[in-house]
Design a protein around this ligand. Sequence first.
Ligand code: KIV
Ligand code: ZN
Length: 519
Amino acid sequence: MTDPKQDRVLIFDTTLRDGEQSPGATMSHSEKLEIAALLDEMGVDIIEAGFPIASEGDFAAVSEIAKNATQSTICGLARANFADIDRAWDAVKQAPQGRIHTFIGTSPLHRDITALDMDGMVARIHETVSHARNLCDDVQWSPMDATRTEHDFLCRVVETAIKAGATTINIPDTVGYTYPRESADLIAMLLERVPGADAITFATHCHNDLGMATANALAAVEAGARQVECTINGLGERAGNTALEEVVMALRVRGDILPYATGIDTTKIMGLSRMVAAVSGFPVQYNKAVVGKNAFAHESGIHQDGMLKNKETFEIMRPEDIGLAATNLVMGKHSGRAALRAKLSELGYELGDNQLKDVFVRFKALADRKKEVYDDDLIALMAEASLSDEDAYLQIKRLRVICGTDGPQEAELTLRIGHDEKCVDATGDGPVDATFNAVKMLHPHDARLELYQVHAVTEGTDAQATVSVRLAKDGIVYSGQSSDTDTVVASAKAYVNALNRLVMHQHRGNLSALMSSAG
Ligand code: KIV
Ligand code: ZN
């Protein structure tokens, strides 16, 4: 219920739907389950787990997330037709609390695409929302491109959806076009003009095309919205969505301005941010608010001096509030399992016994190759552990590279492709080129290599390298990332990760085409 006096803002996370929809960010089934479990544990009120009609894979992921949910409501997206809505309900109905989210584009541009006039659209909204409400008590409805919809028509469609039984009305700024003042005015206008508006919850869903997504979401809250739709790291189509960590920390730090609580355990933010960066292949920019590597770094003399005297001189939130380690204890090959668990917990990773066993083996292997293991090495190792998916279509089994000053370099590669293992010898202009040629010989494809980037995780000649690879095919980008003390091995794994995303994408069809057919 949107009551401007109500002191709680619901957090609706759409990392697994709108976030995953961003070009190149396709996630595997097990990655989605892992992220959903962390979101649930962190206290997210509603998790939009996917778009069940999009593919068998999407349906399976949403259903399993629904079965595993403990406290979060699990939501599935559906266009304005019965088949989509039935499929979404089939996926979320096993959750302790399920929600159907149905939407249609209401702006003039979208009405043209769907070939519905205003009356036709109102009728469609009434019948689809009523249908959803007959299946489920918790129905969210969105007028896509709301911020470019005529105000009178927006009031009419919102009233129709409320009358048909919608319990949450979400107001999307689909193209990231609105200004904070307009965002607030729009919510205030709907609250004032639409009959029944005070009996439902208004949500705000902003995109970041002009860098105003967080400001727009907070302005909507100020005007009476009580649900914010957001993603971890602001992942999402084009310039992304409102970042969860920004909204949650802004509400926490500036409770004097917006006195609304969320149910989020903020100490889980950093762990989730790293996990999403690793599985999506979208690294977090260094100066990103709240979760960027430099968000708590104080380099200049004046700042460091102030920090030593009183942290509040330059710090408006504490690193530990978002789950960042306060110490920099170095680990090595003599460190035991308990020390590793404690260290990872400081870094924001809480591991079960089985997970710890697996990570400990990886840690020992790394510590054998590297004398001192720093925080950043462990973060890279955790990212690597979350990426190694036994179910992936392609997996590197063995790689041997021969280098010399008088080239060409040679790579011998064994790759598991589906259930078969194949090997090949290839040459190239350098060890990485030879390795990529070997992958391409075993799994021919016509994707173009758009980016190949290496950076050292720490310093020294034994430092791990993190490699990012971006492949493009038919205008869609697929990213892969990997870390290893051997740069060529990291490169090969990053390349194969990107190829696995391409294969996954081809198996599940084109999501964007489905979205645009919703008008
Ligand atoms: O941005 C948007 O309009 C959406 C809708 C499906 C809610 O993501
Ligand atoms: Zn969106």
